[in-house]
Design a protein around this ligand. Sequence first.
Ligand code: NAD
Length: 700
Amino acid sequence: MTDVIKFENQGAIGIITINNPPANALSFAVVKGISDNFNACMADDNCKSVVITGAGRMFVAGADISEFGLPRPDDVPELDALIREMELAPKPIVAALNGLALGGGMELAMGCHYRIAAPTVSVGQPEVHLGFIPGGGGTQRLPRLVGIEKALVMIVGGNPIDAATALEYGAIDEVVEGDLVARAIELAEQKADSGEAPLQTGAKNDKISNVDPQIFEDWRKKVAPKSRNMRSPFECINTVEASTKLDIVEGLAFERETFERLMMTAEAKSMRHMFFAERDVAKIPDVPKDTLVQEIKKAAIIGSGTMGGGIAMNFANAGIPVVVVDIAQDVLDAGLEKVKANYAGSVSRGRITQEKMDQCMSLISGTTDYADLADVDIVIEAVFEEIELKKKIFAELDKVCKPDAILASNTSTLDINEIATSTNRPDKVCGTHFFSPANIMKLMENVRTKDSSKETIATIMGLAKTIRKIGVLVGVGDGFVGNRMLHPAARIAEFMVEEGALPWQIDKVIYDFGFPMGPFAMNDLAGVDVRYLVRQQQKKLYGDRRQSVILDRLYETGRYGQKTKAGWYKYEDGSRKGEPDSFTEELIIKTSAELGFERRDFSDEEILETYLYSMINTGAMVLEEGLAIRAADIDVVWHYGYGFPRYWGGPMFYADLIGLSKIYEKVCELHERYGDWVMPSALLKSLAEEGKGFGDYTLS
Ligand code: NAD
C-alpha cells in the first residue's frame, strides 16, 4: 500500500481515501494504491462494500499529466481497466465526491455504483482542452448517465458543471449538505444490506437507445468554426456517438484506441505544453515565492484614452477602486463615457448584470488633479507614446504618490529604464504592457527594468492574477517580446507583397494556420497610419535597410484601415470583414514595378515558413538577450497576445516540433533575401547544430 492512499475499515465498510495533494492526481502510485485496496476489499469476506473519497479539497482533479508519455510500471494497472473492474465488482462501491472531480476523477466516480457529492463540488471531462479525449470510459459512461446532448456539452465543451447541475443531469445521485463520508457509509451499508446488484453505469442503456444520429452531425457542424485544424473535439463526438452504436465493452475499446492515437499527436503535445507553460510563467528564478507582495487596495491610471479606460475596467472588475486622470475635464468625461458605454454593451449582451455594471462604475472615479493620487498603491501610465511626456509625468507622480507606490508604464516601445531616471524610486518603476482591447485581452507583459525590485516584480505578477490576466515577465527592449517578434514578420509579409504575393493570400495562409487573422487584416484593425508612424520612427534607426514602400504608398492614399472603411481591404456597409480590393491590387502592382520587381508566385508553404520562421528567429534573439525567461513564456505571450493557436503550442514550441535545423536553414535563406531584417540568431544556430530545441534552453 502506498502513502498516497489512506485506508480504514469502519465496520464492514472499507474506506479508500486518495491523499495525493494538491490535486489528488491519478499518478501511477495513486492508481496502484486504489487498485491494491480495492482488491483487498474484494478478497476480504468481512468487507461488504467500499467508499472511495479524497483528502483535502479535491476528489481527483485528473490524471497526472507530468507522467504522460512515461512507461507505466508493470505492477500498475491501466486506469480504464481498473475502473471497469470496479464497475463489475459484486460489492457496492460509493464515490463520495468531497471536491473537484475532473477527467480521470470523474471517470473513476462513474465506474463506482453510486455517486454522492458535497454541494461545492464541480465535475467535468476537460480532456478536450488538452487536445485529447477521456480515456477512462468517460465517453461511454457519461452519456449513459446524462444522455447524449448533455454528455456532448460536457465532453466536447470541456467545462465543469456544479453539483446542483450534476444532480439535475443525473451525473451524480445525491448532494449531501452534512457529513459526506458518514452519508457514504450509510448508503454503502444500505446497498450492501439490500442484496440488490450494484448499479453498473455501463449496463444502463436507456439514455443511449434510439438516438437520432443527426445530433452528431449537428454537433460536428457547430464545433467546426471554433475547431480549425483540431482533431480532439471531433473525436469526442465520434466516441460519444460510438456509445449509441456499440455495447459497453466494444465502446470502451473504441474509446481506448482513439485515446491512445490522440495522446501523441502534435495537437495534444502542444496543448499539454501550453497547460504547463501557463503555470510556469509565474516562476521567476530570482524572485522566490515568498517575496513580499505589496497589497493593491487602490490604483490610478494616467490617461483615459483607448488603453487607459480598458485598464481601469480591469481594476473595477476585480473590485479595486481606481482613479483615472486626464488633462482636461471634457477629455476625461469623454473617456469615462466610453468606459460606461463599454459596460452597457456587456449588459445588453447579457454578459454582466446591471448591478455588476453599477458596482464597477462606482469604483471608477476621475480627476484632473495629480494631487488626488496621494493614497494609491499603483499608478499605470497610459498617455501618448512620447518619452519626454512620460518622463515629466513620472517625475510628477514621484512627488505626489506615497513613497512605496509602484509607478508602471503601459508604453509599447519606449525605454522604461530611461523613464525611471525621472524618479527617485527606480526600484518601484516597471512596465505593465496591456494589449488592446485592454479589458478583454488576457495578456500583460510585465516589464522588469534594470532597477525594478523583486518586491515590485512579485507585486505586478500577483496583480496580473488578481485582475485575471496572464502576466509574463519580460525585459526592456524595443517592442518587449510580442511586438518585437511581430514587427519583422509583418514587415517581411509586406516585402512578399512587393515581390508577388497579395495581402489576402498571405492572410488566408496565416488564418488557415490558426491565427484569428493575418497581418494585413490586423493592420487594418490597428490602423495603417499607426504602423506608418511607427515605421517613420524606425526609419531613423534602420534607414539603411530595405523599407516597405507599399506601406508608404497605401498610407499616402489615406486608406488607414477599418476606421476609414478602406485599408489593405475595403469595408463596405459598415462591415468589419474586409473584402479584397482591386484598388489595393493595382497599387501593389504599380509599386512592384516602381521597385523593379518582376512579380512571382509564392506558394502557401513559402508564405507560412517565411512569416513564422522570421518570427521564430526573432524569438530566439529575445531569448539570447534574456528578454524572456524561457521559450515557453514567449509561447504564452503569443497565444494570449496574438492568438497563436494553442494546438501549435506557440511559436517556439512549434519550432521544436518542426526541428530547429530546418528552421535555421530557412532563416539563412531569408537572411540572403532580406538582409539584416532576418539576422540568423546565434542561439538558433547553436541549438540546431546540437540537435536541441528551445525547450532545452534555460537562461544561464
Ligand atoms: P490615446 O491617445 O488613446 O490616449 C492617451 C490619453 O492620455 C489621452 O486621453 C490624453 O488626453 C491623455 N494624456 C495625455 N497627456 C496626459 C497627461 N499629462 N496627464 C494625463 N493624461 C494625459 O492612447 P492609447 O492608445 O491609449 O495609448 C496609451 C499608451 O498605451 C501609449 O504609450 C501606447 O503606446 C500604449 N499602448 C497602446 C496600445 C493600443 O493598441 N492603442 C496597445 C498597447 C500599449
